[in-house]
Ligand binder design. Sequence first.
Ligand code: NAD
Length: 323
Amino acid sequence: MRSEIKRIVIAGAGLMGASMGQIFARKGYSVTLYDIAPEGIGKARELVAINQRALIEQGGINKAQSDETLSRMSYTMNMEDFERADFVIEAIVENMAVKLDFWEKASRAVSEDIVLATNTSGLSITEIAKAVHEPERFCGMHWINPPHIVPLVEVIGGSRTGEKAIGIVRDLALSVNKHPVMVRGDPKGFILNRIQFAILREALHIVESGYAAVKDVDDVMKYGLGMRYACIGPFETADLGGLDTFYRISSYLFADLSDAKEVPEALARLYQEGAFGTKTGRGFYDYGSGGAEQAIAKRDRDFLKISKCLYGNSGRNNEEGLI
Ligand SMILES: NC(=O)c1ccc[n+]([C@@H]2O[C@H](COP(=O)([O-])OP(=O)(O)OC[C@H]3O[C@@H](n4cnc5c(N)ncnc54)[C@H](O)[C@@H]3O)[C@@H](O)[C@H]2O)c1
């Protein structure tokens, strides 16, 4: 299996693909962004320009470095360009049928010895691998939005993934200063989305029960849990709080938490109204004209401040936990 990687193809030049491309290009890889839609390519160019501007403004990089990054990025709608790739990562729409169709073609358009990965948020790697030619080289490489700032990458093996492929993807993540975490057993949603959606389910339950307003729940996360979780995880938190206390709270609280098996009403309603959040201008909040762009820019500014503060210039935490 090819471990020397110079040329990377990213399929799906959307929100995630465009941002991942910049990370690889910045670290010297030659990156080709592939999309089926011309609008996808156009939007990707715009996104890359916005992200690069934000990085320059925040002092993460200078103009010359940004130009160098951009010079290593190219765009295509032609799958023949996969032929010269040393690694392909797919970040197309989160739909099993579309991903299967893509991989059926793409895994035959590349060299047989290169590693292939999907950025799915939580679809089964084992299931997607059924469409992949030589599936032992296929795994999940799940980046977190916005990938050009957030350090975590989950690396997920499916039932047929070889250890060699997992190792190559892990090393690739380290080479761009990301913090890889291995996920075993191919669980739906991997680790991050299992935790994220457990939080969202309980947040919706709190709002639907009338215990707090949407903004107050967001404030509890931002000013309480969020600040803590940027530095310590749930197990470190429990150790620091005292497992005796955490045991006692668990014994009366777990039974009271939401265990909803369906999408909660508060989310389903907005979905049916086409209120998808910043991408449509309305979600749990109303963004009005220009508000969505401002919200995204503020998030990236704040994330970059935290990143700089906690991880310095490397963008990655080199200290391994509290002990
Ligand atoms: N948005 C997030 O927060 C996030 C985070 C982590 C992982 N992901 C995952 O990353 C993937 C992409 O998500 P996104 O938010 O970037 O989506 P997006 O809608 O912004 O971009 C998807 C792109 O894929 C293109 N596309 C669709 N079908 C294609 C095909 N058959 N071949 C080539 N290109 C195709 C579309 O034209 C579009 O440009 C999904 O699997 C998603 O679950 C998303």
